[in-house]
Design a protein around this ligand. Sequence first.
Ligand code: NAP
Length: 484
Amino acid sequence: MSTNSCEKSVGTEGRPLRVAVIGSGPAGVYAADILTKSEEVRNGGLHVSIDLFDRYPAPYGLIRYGVAPDHPRIKGIVNALHKVLDRGDIRFFGNVDFGTDLSLADLQAHYDAVIFATGAIKDADLNIPGVELEGSFGGADFVSWYDGHPDVPREWPLTAKHVAVIGNGNVALDVARMLSKHAEDLLVTEIPDNVHRGLQASPVTDVHIFGRRGPAQVKFTPLELRELSHSKDVDIVLYPEDFEFDAASDEAIRTNNQIKTMVGTLTNWLVDQDDDVSAVTSTASRRLHLHFLHSPVEIIGTDGKVSGIRFERTELDGTGDARGTGEIIEYPVQAVYRSVGYLGSALADVEFDHVRGVVENDGGRVLDADGAPVPGVYTTGWIKRGPVGLIGHTKGDALETVTHLLRDLAQLPAAVHAEPEAVVDLLDERGVQYTSWDGWLELDAHEKALGAAASLDGGVQRERVKVVPRVDMVTVSRGAAVEV
Ligand code: NAP
């Protein structure tokens, strides 16, 4: 482990500044890209050499394993990330787990600086009785399943006809849309075959989304909300008694264009909703119900399985917050999906705020238990600031972190094994089956070829068919010359 201060020549006349970025989602790729394009590098004064690590065999993090397959616009961000990684100046090592395959001490020995960009993939807790029942699921876990995450079971129990989704954020919308959409309408996307088969067999008829506050307090974004109405043979059902606006709602509608647009969309749907189109008379084979002012109280079980959900009706308190009214409402459902936000997972050897789910940091400088910066250790993205904001917001984050790293250049502890091959030797010695950028190009081409082959069979143009099992991903990737 290195404790020496960085020699003056590191990154300048001598060897390049060696930086490890952990996590190859947008946060990690943006940080690496911003560093390589910094003024210090562009003016020729600083040379950097960056290695990007990911615990998954494929790059792109949340874009591959968090964005719903029917969101091609967001999946398109992959093209920008691909361009960065395809330039050849950043090495990619997939299938390398920080904390198992490499420790912080290993990274400090091989790099002058480390940036953690590990994001968040777990569900935030919802502390109500019944969450442990069979049929109560974390929304983020379902996302991992439909996105073909290598570490979740292949099968998902889609046996419920009536489903509740708790939360009024974009993940709740994704989960509800994926649950209610007809499987054949997803074939044009990159959904894995097991997911298509699972959704195809789903008997679902009614998906209910519940928000604990009002229509002006939703955390959706306008495009994502409007998209709900694009699913074929799925009626949206709204309830007039849920349309309550307090002074804070009026202010939000007046001052926030997104809120104004979304309240407009919801109100138009309600107005257009013919009295005939109700939960009872809808002619579509599936319905998506949007409920507001419902705070979850308890998931009800029969024989250990979800059989219903109980809410307390709320009212707005004037500030945009909600308070309970004491009125209890029950809905018979056989599955509950909790989409109340993500929570980052702790990292080995790094101080962690378990309540906020973030690495302890000050503007991206990772802090020790005494609140002092750990020299050469940084963080960016959701694991730095929490799981809020759209992907683009992560760029500002990365800029702040990289700016701090560059300001600290003279104080960075120099790596003792800075030769680029040293870390490769270490991984080889430990038998880590790492994947490379060339390996990803191989897997990418393989998935697209599977898509083309499936298109011939089924007649539907399939963009790609994702390879799900980790071992298959690694095998295909390492079939290519693993050159780094
Ligand atoms: P989010 O936007 O923070 O929404 C969480 C929702 O859960 C809120 O409606 C919140 O209500 C509700 N909630 C929290 N605790 C609750 C409780 N105890 N009982 C009932 N409801 C509770 O989180 P997210 O949906 O996980 O999204 C995370 C980020 O990813 C967001 O920035 C989102 O926009 C982004 N994202 C974007 C897309 C896209 O397609 N563009 C897709 C997925 C995610 P309160 O507001 O009352 O707290």
